[in-house]
Design a protein around this ligand. Sequence first.
Ligand SMILES: Cc1cc2nc3c(=O)[nH]c(=O)nc-3n(C[C@H](O)[C@H](O)[C@H](O)COP(=O)(O)OP(=O)(O)OC[C@H]3O[C@@H](n4cnc5c(N)ncnc54)[C@H](O)[C@@H]3O)c2cc1C
Length: 418
Amino acid sequence: MKHRVVVVGAGFAGLQLVQDLAGADCAITLIDQRNHHLFQPLLYQVATTLLATSEIAWPIRRVLRGRPEVVTLLARVTGVDRDAGQVVLDNGDRIPFDTLVLATGARHAYFGHDEWEADAPGLKTLEDATTIRRHLLLAFERAELAHDPAERDANLTFAIIGGGPTGVELAGIVADLAHRVLPREFRRIDTRTARIMLIEAGPRVLPVFPQGLSDYAAAALQRRGVQVLTGQPVTGISARDVTIGESPVPCRTVIWAAGVQASPAAEWLGAPADRAGRVMVDAHLTLPGDPRILVLGDTAHVEADGKPVPGLAPAAKQQGRYAAALIKARLAGKPFPKPFRYVHQGNLATIGRNAAVIDLGRIRMTGWLAWWIWGIAHVYFLIGVRSRLAVAISWLWSFLSRQNPARLITQKDTARRR
Ligand SMILES: Cc1cc2nc3c(=O)[nH]c(=O)nc-3n(C[C@H](O)[C@H](O)[C@H](O)COP(=O)(O)OP(=O)(O)OC[C@H]3O[C@@H](n4cnc5c(N)ncnc54)[C@H](O)[C@@H]3O)c2cc1C
């Protein structure tokens, strides 16, 4: 019988691993709770009507259609039976493994306020992105309908919580939507009066970037009409307002971009985890004391130069590549490769049309050139020629026409009545 490799999660780490295992003498089962691989770095562009869902996600079966040795299962994993060497699925099925790779990513964390989720959706999945898109577009529609000026203003107030790259990108692009894209289309309201707040509890936005770049980002956001509120913790969120410190602000659209928590892999394994729930793995990305099990990407805690490897797509892909090399060595009866070494490729974030920041260590960039480099890098990392072309054309079109093409409100509004 062939060695059975079970991979849970077809994100950046899991998919890279499966791709790098091509040609290895093993039977691979890839399990994901969704039928698609998602390019999360562009999710905010779906949420803000710049891209359509099919431009940033690809059916896993299609990606792996040329790999007959890979079985793909659409199922949610609910546990791992380490003694029996089996993965437990939500339908009760058990999938046996010789090697298990858990690459199940992360989800939102509301810092002990899970009740905020209903009124402040986070951005992690395609459903989240279309939910946020619906909230944003409906807010403008409700403002156009409102007779009461206070109600109109509350609908034209947008709060984005969290000043990391996702919050900054969202704030910049919501401002572009309100100030440049929509004004010509609404008659009763002036969308340029929209109030867009980026609220960050810490002292500055983009805290992982050098001070100069975070100052540039804050100034660029303010020029776009975003109110950057740093050092101001959010203390309450309801369907009608957001409370900043002691002050409630009437606001109908709140987006959460503040915290992440690893998937519950540590609970499945009964293994030690860090504060963000990431499984503590050794330098070979295996579970200490159980080398059959590897944990990768956002769900693993591994250190480089004394610091945890960041939750970034390139880090997840590098771990996927390393894990494939380790499994191949194991299959060939060779010793494990040298410990995993993370190579940081830099930090990038956009602030909206024609503005971005890039930190490549010695090289730092801002402005339109950084924005073009950011765009080219993202197009390059998409899967397949078709999606690269589709995204490049969508961007070029919205750049030239100042239009956002994906502005359809398609789902029923399941948000609480406001
Ligand atoms: C909005 C946003 C913007 C980002 N921007 C950037 C950026 O600009 N640059 C950058 O480098 N990184 C960015 N990131 C981070 C980057 O996307 C992650 O670091 C990366 O996706 C981690 O890869 P992963 O393979 O560990 O997990 P993921 O890519 O999250 O994949 C996890 C997979 O596991 C599946 N899964 C989870 N639980 C289960 C279960 N119980 N059963 C079955 N399947 C399961 C999921 O469906 C998913 O397909 C961003 C993330 C977000 C959310």
